[in-house]
Design a protein. Structure first.
Length: 214
């Protein structure tokens, strides 16, 4: 494929930084007294119901989200600090990707486009090595809770592209979710699906080579 790529956009969770949502109920059950709900039900309440989407968009404040989750889980003794620590317990580093980022940042602008909550950003991700080394500038950080849009809405992609002055056809976007990949393609961009939890770094290298980025 001819190299017409000028910038590479990444998702964060399950693309650059691995996560496991089941760590959330595990943390709460270890920290607090027994919670009378199955782990999968807790994950659904915390991450897949409407309050979380509103929080990721920046519509709910952290305190409002905390009150919603505390009520919906029925855990009266859960403090805001408990929620923060439980939410942040889901992440683990995928340090191998730094080798790839070191190579491509020499010739390409890189950004991330992430559906992310304020708690996750401020207390878990913003100070991680991979962020501070390769995505430290504000223009590289397209966060749903700051811009008010979520993938796969086209507005969040257009905000990212405007930051670097690049047309969709000159950008490559990598995300673990099919709907987000298709969302970027729908505006004329190049996009590929990759999951760092289930696939090796060789798979990511193959994608980048396909576009002559590596």
């Amino acid at each position: 494929m001819k190299n017409n790529i000028k910038c590479v956009l990444f998702d964060l969770g399950q693309t650059i930084i691995e996560y496991n949502l089941l760590e959330f109920p595990k943390y709460l059950n270890e920290k607090l007294e027994y919670i009378d709900k199955e782990p999968e039900e807790i994950v659904d309440i915390v991450f897949y119901q409407k309050p979380y989407s509103l929080y990721e968009r920046g519509i709910l404040t952290t305190k409002e989200y905390y009150e919603e989750i505390k009520r919906n889980l029925g855990i009266k003794n859960m403090t805001l600090q408990d929620l923060k620590l439980a939410l942040c317990s889901i992440f683990s580093d995928k340090n191998e990707i730094e080798t790839i980022l070191q190579k491509i940042t020499k010739n390409y602008k890189v950004l991330f486009v992430s559906n992310l909550s304020k708690i996750h950003w401020e207390f878990a991700l913003s100070e991680r090595s991979v962020i501070k080394k390769y995505f430290k500038e504000p223009w590289q950080q397209i966060l749903s809770f700051k811009v008010g849009f979520q993938k796969p809405e086209e507005e969040i992609y257009l905000i990212a592209l405007e930051r670097v002055g690049v047309s969709p056809e000159n950008a490559l976007f990598i995300d673990d979710k099919k709907e987000n990949v298709e969302g970027f393609r729908s505006i004329g961009g190049n996009s590929e699906q990759y999951n760092c939890k289930d696939e090796t770094m060789l798979c990511l290298e193959d994608i980048l080579r396909k576009y002559n980025v590596l």
